[in-house]
Design a protein around this ligand. Structure first.
Ligand SMILES: Cc1cc2nc3c(=O)[nH]c(=O)nc-3n(C[C@H](O)[C@H](O)[C@H](O)COP(=O)(O)OP(=O)(O)OC[C@H]3O[C@@H](n4cnc5c(N)ncnc54)[C@H](O)[C@@H]3O)c2cc1C
Length: 417
């Protein structure tokens, strides 16, 4: 059986591994030169380790990827508990990682903090409830934790992550976020690309035909075969972003079927990576920005998590945004974005460091918007075409996308063939 897997991210690579292991003839197509998709990495001039284009870590309960790594003999995942903190209007950085941190938090009355703590424990213990889909995160958090907690802790985080969609994100998102998060975070010796390269080697051994630098521009159907670049396949698994797939399959699927995908909304991710001589943040790895005075959503000092010696003793920090398709940030080049962030770096962090190098990455359709209609419109493994399957990041719902779920989807879709 000839199977084409569209997209060489973690979902496609995992599906290829299980199917090739079962004796299928697999062709994997990826438009980029490097495999790995959203989790792929690159190396600065003098670094030993790869660095992801967008900040990446694992949670201690990411069992699908942890077990898969074991199964294929990959043993380079390690765990640490780096500090998470938040930056507030007055420029103070306050750790907000543990119940003690919450109790010590200065900007909320004790009663509000206790209430917020109880709701966090509830969400940690609660299974997924259909009720979460019927209410927005904002309504849920205001009702349960109170307006003040929403204003101080959550409002800006939701604006940063979801922009104009912040008010329509269903409570599924906040449930999944709190339910899944662990204090210990995992990283990979050598970077996530090391895992992807290892997986690629397994696929080469299993005789998977890997076509990188190969952008799929059309898919047709002739008889019961699918045709890509004049080659015919018996089955297709698409891991492409849904909007890309929708465009490519207008001659295969009905308008009615595709119209539900057109209702899905996405944001694009932008990351600016700064390589500096000194750290921007002393101790903190992950800094949530809880103030609208700073023109970005997240600052992650990667080298407070993974040792700087792996990057020739340079300090690495990510600055990140999620933006709408018409955002002016998407059109800006690296210098323009650097000029946008420099005044705040100066104002908040006093610029006691020099920027030695910088990198800018943009990833389209990287953040699906989980509104109340998302579940009924998102794609599913099975499509109206008998031999055409989908496994993509929209299908991690109710969980926010992640490499753990990419492995899970890749494994599950392989079982359907
Ligand atoms: C900012 C950000 C932070 C993240 N942080 C984390 C984290 O901390 N931990 C974590 O586990 N996960 C994280 N993720 C999510 C994780 O990277 C993804 O969930 C996972 O990599 C998705 O894998 P995938 O294979 O499903 O999709 P993708 O990686 O999107 O793979 C799809 C592939 O299809 C290719 N493609 C697209 N169009 C075509 C075409 N026409 N022809 C051929 N190929 C095409 C793309 O190049 C891509 O390689 C983050 C993602 C982002 C954007």
């Amino acid at each position: 059986m000839k199977i084409a897997i569209l997209g060489g991210g973690v979902t496609g690579l995992t599906a290829a591994y299980f199917l090739a292991n079962n004796g299928h003839q697999i062709t994997l197509m990826e438009k980029e030169r490097v495999l790995g998709g959203l989790a792929s990495g690159f190396k600065g001039n003098d670094w030993d380790w790869y660095l992801e284009r967008a900040y990446h870590h694992l949670f201690a309960n990411d069992y699908d990827i942890l077990n898969f790594a074991k199964e294929i003999g990959f043993n380079k995942i390690f765990f640490r508990s780096p500090e998470t903190a938040s930056l507030f209007n007055d420029g103070t950085i306050i750790p907000l990682d543990t119940p003690i941190d919450l109790l010590r938090f200065p900007y909320l009355p004790l009663l509000d903090k206790l209430r917020a703590g109880i709701v966090i424990v509830f969400l940690k213990l609660s299974p997924y409830l259909p009720f979460y889909k019927r209410i927005t995160s904002e309504e849920f958090l205001k009702k349960t934790m109170g307006n003040k907690v929403w204003n101080v802790l959550w409002q800006q985080l939701f604006r940063g992550k979801f922009g104009k969609y912040a008010g329509i994100i269903s409570a599924v998102f906040i449930w999944a976020r709190i339910n899944k998060r662990t204090k210990a975070l995992g990283y990979i010796e050598g970077g996530f690309q090391e895992f992807i390269n290892y997986l690629e080697k397994q696929l080469v051994n299993l005789k998977v035909d890997i076509k990188n630098n190969f952008e799929i521009k059309s898919i047709e159907k002739r008889g019961d075969k699918f045709i890509i670049n004049n080659i015919s396949y018996d089955k297709i698994i698409s891991t492409l972003p849904t909007p890309v797939l929708t465009k490519l399959t207008s001659s295969i699927f009905s308008k009615e079927y595709l119209s539900r995908f057109n209702k899905l909304k996405y944001l694009h991710a932008i990351t600016l990576i700064l390589e500096t001589d000194k750290p921007i943040l002393d101790k903190t790895y992950w800094l949530n920005i809880c103030t609208d005075k700073i023109p970005f959503m997240i600052l992650a000092q990667h080298t407070n998590f993974a040792d700087k010696k792996n990057y020739n003793n340079k300090h690495i920090a990510y600055i990140g945004w999620y933006v709408d398709g018409d955002s002016k940030l998407l059109k800006m080049d690296k210098e323009e974005i650097l000029n946008l962030v420099k005044p705040s770096l100066d104002q908040i962090f006093n610029f006691q460091f020099s920027i030695l190098n910088s990198f800018l990455f943009k990833a389209p359709f990287a953040q699906p918007i989980f509104n109340k209609d998302f579940e009924e419109n998102k794609p599913d493994f099975i499509t109206p075409e008998k031999n055409f399957f989908i496994a993509n990041l929209d299908m991690t719902y109710p969980y926010d996308r992640g490499t753990n779920y990419a492995v899970k989807l890749g494994k599950e879709v392989a079982k359907m063939i």
